[in-house]
Design a protein around this ligand. Structure first.
Ligand SMILES: [Zn+2]
Ligand SMILES: [Zn+2]
Length: 103
């Protein structure tokens, strides 16, 4: 399934730039661990620069919990819209609600 979160898979979700040979784009599964295959199935993946935006740098998704949560909330909203799910429907598939109340 192609991503429902990005129009242009040649660009990084976080910084918006293209991949380079020094820092190529990885596919990140927004809900990883036990939900990795469901992320794949529902198109909840984004492209991220391997070093600077995905794994290693301070602002990278796997290194920065705030960035990770922001992406998860955005993905939940996109999935609910795309598939016509309520919050409860989403939680049945992905185990929890990532959208904080009042934001
Ligand atoms: Zn990037
Ligand atoms: Zn990842």
């Amino acid at each position: 399934m192609t991503s429902i979160l990005q129009k242009d898979p040649a660009r990084c979700w976080l910084c918006g730039r293209y991949g380079t040979s020094a820092d190529p784009l990885d596919t990140h599964h927004v809900f990883f661990g036990p939900y990795r295959s469901k992320s794949e199935r529902y198109g909840l993946t984004v492209k991220l620069h391997h070093f600077s935006c995905h794994i290693y740098d301070r602002g990278a998704v796997h290194a920065n919990k705030a960035v990770c949560r922001e992406l998860q909330a955005e993905a939940q909203k996109a999935a609910m819209k795309e598939y016509g799910w309520s919050t409860e429907d989403f939680m049945r598939v992905f185990g929890r609600n990532y959208i904080e109340e009042g934001t």
